[in-house]
Design a protein around this ligand. Structure first.
Ligand SMILES: O=P(O)(O)OC[C@H]1O[C@H](OP(=O)(O)OP(=O)(O)O)[C@H](O)[C@@H]1O
Ligand SMILES: Nc1nc2[nH]cnc2c(=O)[nH]1
Length: 185
């Protein structure tokens, strides 16, 4: 499928900045402090959820001041679209985490299907405990598990389609240095 780069550029030009870079960086610092206070003695296996978790995990990990193992998993249900479908596992974790604490790092908790399925997978596969960190929690009433809250949340945002800091618009703008909402979405 060909990509209309002019459209991709226009989306950025017209987007609303919800959280500028300095605010996101401060939120990442705050999450790191909380994790340092709570997981330093837990010898966790940390999994970045690709692709969206890449920037958050990459910025967060060097701020964690204790020994950990770091790897990735890849589960997706949006496939570069702006509405989600079935969860599809592209890569399951390769590091063993049986009887270990696991920390899952993802960009966004939206309806929560993705994180819920990852947590279930880790628990069934033998994790001793599963902790979750998300850069942003979207505020709406459509949560798959209404009582579930991520353990560590950087920021919250309104119910719009957002991009930047790892989150894409049609596969683009994961590199945007702030969290933006698409005009009209
Ligand atoms: O809470 P949910 O409604 O399940 O949505 C959140 C998930 O959606 C995005 O992943 P996506 O499937 O777009 O894959 P990507 O990370 O490769 O962009 C995001 O990275 C989260 O993992
Ligand atoms: N980029 C992006 N991915 C998502 N996955 C679930 N919700 C969102 C969103 O608002 N933006």
């Amino acid at each position: 499928m060909s990509v209309d780069l002019a459209h991709i550029r226009q989306v950025m030009a017209e987007a609303d900045c919800l959280h500028p870079e300095a605010e996101v960086e401060a939120a990442i610092d705050a999450v790191a402090s909380q994790i340092n206070a709570q997981l330093a003695e837990r010898n966790p296996v940390v999994f970045c959820v690709m692709n969206g978790g890449l920037i958050f995990a990459g910025k967060l990990a060097p701020k964690l001041n204790f020994p950990l193992e770091l790897s990735y998993l890849h589960a997706t249900r949006y496939c570069n679209q702006t509405s989600g479908g079935e969860l599809f596992w592209k890569a399951k974790p390769e590091i063993s985490f049986i009887d270990r604490d696991v920390l899952i790092i993802d960009d966004i908790l939206d309806e929560g299907h993705t994180l819920g399925a990852i947590i279930d997978f880790c628990r069934h596969a033998g994790a001793a405990a599963v902790h979750t960190a998300v850069l942003i929690d979207k505020d709406h009433q459509r949560k798959a598990r209404p009582d579930f809250k991520a353990d560590y949340v950087g920021l919250t945002c309104v119910d719009r389609y957002v991009f930047g800091y790892g989150m894409d618009y049609k596969g683009y703008w994961r590199n945007a240095p702030g969290i933006y909402a698409v005009k009209g979405l």
